[in-house]
Design a protein around this ligand. Sequence first.
Ligand code: FES
Length: 65
Amino acid sequence: MSQIKITKFDEGPYVIEGEITLVDGKGNAFRTGSQTALCRCGHSGTQPFCDGTHKSCGFREASEA
Ligand code: FES
């Protein structure tokens, strides 16, 4: 398995670079590509993926490692 990188964007999504398998609670796979942005704000209309709504919903989170 190749290594993946996950970047936590301030006030935005987790962006995963690399091929992943993302499944729901029933084990069914979501369609993903070589880059996947996962919603952290909870307001995306395309859960579990980010659709950019975090920019207008007031989501604030900017932690650092
Ligand atoms: S983080 Fe982008 S829509 Fe939620």
